[in-house]
Write a protein that binds this ligand. Structure first.
Ligand code: SAH
Ligand code: DHB
Ligand code: MG
Length: 249
């Protein structure tokens, strides 16, 4: 057997994603309608895949999250998955820069029946994050970073400010076909800034004592190609790494 080409690999990853989704995700009218209407409105097809969406829901449930912050709403697909994990009284705040995307998301979120737990704020996340902080919102139990990649370093810093010990931070798109290995990798739309931003994000995580002992990243393949998620718990191992009884000298 000869080695598979890139196109053959992608076809196989997509087919496996479909196999998994058929058996383990199943049909979901509200989520499917959200993707359909996002597509019809011309939004880019870059939402998480169904099996990734379900992973986000599982992570939120494992975390017992009552408050969730999402950066990058797009058409609200991942928002709906995350919102469904919330217990009664839970809250999710999601931030989106493009008013046109936010409008589509708003309708999708309402149709999915989660409008009462979701607050969508429109604007640049780096401007809204300080406002959330000033309003005393947070700490959030789970933060999903999925907006513009060049600003991941700033999103990480604000996520820490809006977190508590035990907060789970998840970052999407931290592999990008392996482009993160190349500090000079070029992104057709955003020049060099995308990969540089993600690499800086890794460095900040690595250097940050509040998360570095509890952080990892996982490569994924699937319908969206070769990419990955970063996962970390804030202050996750503090109690383990430090003496139980404070030293007096
Ligand atoms: N989380 C979504 C996908 C998000 S795609 C899902 O999986 O369903 C990234 C989104 O971030 C896009 O909608 C884009 O408009 C938005 N975005 C880009 N720059 C932003 C910024 N500065 N502030 C907030 N959102 C931004
Ligand atoms: C792309 C994918 C994403 O998941 C995202 O959040 C932004 C962009 C992309 O494939 O271009
Ligand atoms: Mg993404």
């Amino acid at each position: 057997m000869t080695a598979a080409t890139g196109a053959e690999l992608q076809e196989r990853w997509t087919a496996v994603d479909r196999y998994i989704a058929d058996l383990l995700v199943g049909e979901d009218p509200a989520l499917e309608a959200a993707l359909r209407d996002s597509d019809a409105a011309g939004l880019p097809p870059i939402a998480v895949t169904p099996n990734q969406g379900k992973l986000l829901e599982l992570l939120a449930r494992i975390q017992g999250a009552r408050t969730i912050l999402e950066l990058g709403t797009l058409g609200g697909y991942s928002t709906i998955w995350l919102a469904r994990a919330l217990p009664p009284g839970g809250r999710l705040i999601t931030l989106e820069y493009e008013p046109r995307f936010a409008e589509v998301a708003c309708a999708n979120i309402a149709r999915a029946g989660v409008a009462d737990v979701v607050e969508l704020r429109v604007g640049a996340a780096l401007e809204i994050l300080p406002q959330l902080h000033a309003e005393g919102l947070g700490p959030f139990d789970l933060i999903f970073i999925d907006a513009d990649k060049q600003n991941y370093p700033g999103y990480f810093e604000w996520s820490l400010k809006l977190s508590r010990p035990g907060t789970l931070i998840v970052g999407d798109n931290v592999v990008r076909d392996g482009a993160i290995l190349d500090p000079d990798a070029y992104h057709p739309e955003h020049g060099d800034e995308v990969i540089r931003g993600v690499r800086r994000f890794y460095e900040l995580v690595s250097d940050e004592p509040r998360v570095s002992a509890s952080a990892t990243a996982i490569q994924t393949v699937g319908a969206k190609g070769h990419d990955g998620f970063a996962l970390m718990i804030v202050d996750g191992r503090q109690g383990l790494d430090q003496p139980r009884i404070p030293r007096t000298k």
